[in-house]
Design a protein around this ligand. Structure first.
Ligand SMILES: [Zn+2]
Length: 125
C-alpha cells in the first residue's frame, strides 16, 4: 500500500508532465516523444529505487506512519508544503549570489560552493 502511495506521490507531478509531453508530441521519433520516453524511464527508475528503499526500511522496523511523517517533514523543508520536494541551492560565500542546486561553483564569480557530491542512487533520475 505504501509503495502505491509513494508511486502516486511521484506520478502526480510526473504524470502531469508526461501528459503534457504526450499532448505536444506530433509524430513518433519527435523530440517531445523522446522526452516522454525519458520521463517514463525516470519514473520507472524512481519507483524501483523507492521499492528497494522501502523494503530496506521495513526490515529495519520502520512503519508507514514513520514514512508519512518524514514525507511531510521533507515536503515542508523547502518552505512550501505542496507535495513536492524542491532542491534548494546555496549562497555563494564570496559574492552572496544564490547558487542553483547541483552546481559546485558559483555561476557568477566561479568560487566553489561545495565539493562535488559522491555519486548517488538518484544520479541520472
Ligand atoms: Zn559568487
Amino acid at each position: 500500500m505504501t509503495l502505491h502511495f509513494l508511486a502516486g506521490y511521484v506520478l502526480g507531478e510526473h504524470g502531469k508532465q508526461s501528459a503534457r509531453l504526450a499532448a505536444q508530441s506530433r509524430a513518433p521519433g519527435s523530440a517531445s516523444s523522446e522526452a516522454l520516453y525519458d520521463v517514463e524511464d525516470r519514473i520507472d527508475r524512481l519507483i524501483l529505487i523507492m521499492a528497494a528503499m522501502w523494503d530496506l526500511l521495513k526490515e529495519q522496523g520502520l512503519t508507514e506512519q514513520d514514512l508519512q511523517e518524514r514525507i511531510a517533514q521533507l515536503d515542508q523543508a523547502d518552505g512550501t508544503a505542496d507535495g513536492k520536494f524542491t532542491a534548494q541551492g546555496t549562497v555563494c560565500r564570496a559574492c552572496g549570489a544564490k547558487v542553483g542546486p547541483g552546481l559546485v561553483a558559483c555561476q557568477f564569480c566561479g568560487v566553489e560552493v561545495g565539493a562535488a557530491a559522491a555519486p548517488g542512487v538518484f544520479d541520472g533520475v
